[in-house]
Design a protein around this ligand. Sequence first.
Ligand SMILES: *Cc1c(COP(=O)(O)O)cnc(C)c1O
Length: 295
Amino acid sequence: NMLQLNFNSPEEEVFYPPFRDFGIRLFFKRDDLIHPFISGNKWRKLKFNLIKAQKEAKTHLVTFGGAYSNHLLATAAAGARFGFKTTAFVRGENMCNEVLSICKVFGMELIFVDRDTYKNKSELYEQHYANNLSTYFIGEGGAGLEAELGCREIISELQNTYDHIFCSVGTGTTVAGIINGATTQKLNTQVHAVSALKNGSFLRNDIDNLLIKPIFYTLHTNHHFGGYAKSEPELIDFIKDFSSSTGILIDPVYTAKTLFCIKDLTSMNYFKKDARILMIHTGGLFGLLGMKEKF
Ligand SMILES: *Cc1c(COP(=O)(O)O)cnc(C)c1O
């Protein structure tokens, strides 16, 4: 009884005046449309974990995340959809918000742990599940080899070719999968990784460690807007302008920063005329609720 795990996401041109005026063509791979809750790259990162868990006859997914984690939401929804029990260790004080509420509706058990305890995830897991044969460990944000493998499918699904592909970076797993996918498919495309974190240059090492073959790519570290889950009024205004003129939401933690980076490069004439640029819309729209009072 195999899991039915094929969600293909559309690939579409996006018409946003500031890009058109500079003579580039912008496209999105709409991974935000994969599923309302099993969204974007978090689905890509879960897919092969679910297959492995099923092969090993595991029935209970155990994972980790912060209070607005897209990964927790995706795991809760996927667990409910595909018949796994789910538990999450949540970083910080016992609290509730929109994301955690929906996790609970999907049946996820939440265990709040303080920041120090949270740091050692394998120890936490061992303490609770050392002799439990039904549990399956999934790293924070879905990290791991299965996750990188799933992200390669973002590239193998593409119907068209592009001069540049842009992707947001938290841990770098998703962009590493994209680079490996581009290597495997022998694409003649420049891949750009945009850090959502401050001082993101260390990410190059993390990404390189996941590559099947060393290859040139560009890491952008100046579009973090103050750091992870931080924003500035300019970013908030950009989100409102973009979403109100295209009908496509972008999130303030990841995708808006990446699109802003594309906009900056465009206005600096970084791209050749009529360049075809693809942004991977990695989803994560509940991140908007994490900053709801800023809009
Ligand atoms: C988690 C997330 C990312 C970061 O993915 P990594 O594989 O950790 O680099 C990017 N975009 C969105 C919307 C996310 O939720």
